[in-house]
Design a protein around this ligand. Structure first.
Ligand code: VGL
Ligand code: ZN
Length: 214
């Protein structure tokens, strides 16, 4: 399945403190993905990590909107926006990668959500697709045609990163045991997996990925 000369990349999506069960925007079981990431990283020549990296007062924060609470939906930068608790503020501990994440193999970090006026769930583009993070160019320049994704959260940043990757033309594999969902509405995670599958993403667990890569 790996064409000669083609390279695969592992993308670790937002494995950050604020998305852990102890964080500001807790994802149930979020810390379970850390060991999966550490186990897989060695099997890839290129590992990229995305990092949600918001300025204080980011427009996705409920605190930035008078009278709003987390979970409300507003319009931001021309796109519908779920409002969240303040999270992943630049330079603060909540924005750091989980301390147990093995960062030694990470070759590149993509910071996203840096514009206060628009959110960026995807590691490729802002939510209105106006700004490119540079990730697709980086992957192309390295000869990457297939990306493997894991991280947080299944129903937001993993999903939108996967859908953009498919749209751009990458082959995409979701490492299912390496993802956890926010599940604001029960079933969101499962529906997100369904959407990704419908968009042509392959679903494998980490054992299958390791077997495949020998
Ligand atoms: C995320 C909500 C807000 C994510 C980021 O990483 O999935 N979710 N910001
Ligand atoms: Zn965010």
């Amino acid at each position: 399945m790996q064409g000669k000369g083609a390279m695969d990349a592992l993308i670790l999506v937002d494995v950050q403190n604020d998305f852990m069960p102890f964080g500001a925007l807790p994802v149930p079981g979020g810390d379970d993905v850390v060991s999966v990431a550490n186990r897989l990283a060695h099997a890839f020549q290129l590992v990229v990590a995305s990092q949600d990296w918001h300025p204080p007062g980011h427009g996705s924060f409920a605190t930035a909107h008078t009278g709003a609470v987390a979970g409300d939906i507003v319009e931001l930068g021309g796109a519908p926006q779920v409002l969240w608790p303040d999270h992943c503020v630049q330079q603060l501990p909540g924005a750091s990668f989980h301390s147990a994440l093995d960062v030694t193999g990470i070759g590149h970090v993509v910071q996203k959500g840096i514009d206060a006026g628009i959110d960026s769930y995807s590691a490729f583009f802002d939510n209105n697709h106006a700004r490119d993070t540079g990730l697709s160019g980086l992957l192309r320049s390295q000869g990457v045609s297939t990306v493997f994704l894991l991280g947080l959260a299944t129903d937001y940043c993993v999903k939108y990163t996967a859908l953009d990757a498919r749209e751009i033309g990458f082959d995409v594999t979701i490492v299912t045991d390496g993802c956890r969902a926010v599940d604001l509405t029960p079933g969101d995670g499962e529906r997100a997996l369904e959407e990704m599958r419908a968009a042509g993403c392959r679903m494998l667990d980490s054992d299958q990925v390791l077997q495949l890569r020998g």
